[in-house]
Write a protein that binds this ligand. Sequence first.
Ligand code: BYC
Length: 313
Amino acid sequence: MISDPHEAEFQALIDSDQRIEPRDWMPDGYRRSLIRQIAQHAHSEIIGMQPEGNWITRAPSLRRKAILMAKVQDEAGHGLYLYCAAETLGVDRAELIDLLHQGRQKYSSIFNYPTLTWADVGAIGWLVDGAAITNQIPLCRCSFGPYARAMVRVCKEESFHQRQGFESLYALSHGTPEQHEMAQDAVNRWWWPSVEMLGPPDTESTHSAQSMAWGIKRFSNDELRQRFVDMVAPQAVVLGLTPPDPELRWNEDRGHYDFGEPDFEELRRVVSGDGPCNRQRAAHHLAAHDEGAWVRAAAAAYAAKHPATSAAA
Ligand code: BYC
């Protein structure tokens, strides 16, 4: 029984599947949880520019370079929408970036793996964007309006990213034997981290129950993991590439693919800072942030000189 009228109104909006807007009353825990998740999501988009950005200067053709540059720019855009969505909850982007630099906010585990060959760019598009879309489509129905609306555009762009990754890997897989081997090696290395990036198993997920009750999450981590595997397993057959999971097979009774147990111990290690590239990713972000200080100062000085224009924007 809810006695606080604010809370009753909030709960009624959630129960009738309506959106909570920034001006609405919301419980502190709801606000905190959204700030945590949206900030982590924004940081993931921005840090996620690094592994693929590593290949912009070495893309094998002008066409591939143009596609990759556009994709990495899209990720910057996603980060910016998400920081804006977080700001509607009363935090400042600069504060969130400080928390990232202090290691007090996270970003997705997946971006702590290296991109060793060109095929890794295709594997990221196919698998990482594939896992990201699986997780983000339900977020278009998240109970918090600004996050849900940001996700609609992000998902359109992510599904295009996944298609380009698939097409790039397909070309390699059906190219020379060396290109095929490079594509298979990339899938061997990116498969499990992509399955793991959907989060810890439901039994260990600390936030799922509350986030689902609040309509922030619509499906549990394990449900989304199953959806992801069901989507990519048949795509692997078309690609002519073999996921590194001997237990992956269609289960007629369940109507789903069975798959092996992901290494959640590795996920824990990477999330807690001990993945192959954690230190490199953090140092790169910090250096880029410091180097960009003059741009922020110039933008702030311009805004102060032209308050009417800034207010209209
Ligand atoms: N990595 O209780 P749980 C992209 C943390 S980028 C790191 O299940 P929740 C792209 C979790 O934060 C898109 N940490 O949490 C960009 C929590 O720790 P705290 C990335 C993880 O929130 C460039 C603890 O583990 N997508 O598409 O209910 C190129 C317990 O977990 C991870 C998003 O950010 C992980 N993988 O569920 C290409 C989606 N998993 O905060 C592509 C938005 C868990 O208590 N986020 N943790 O210290 C979400 O949907 C949810 O936050 C998660 C986790 C499903 C990730």
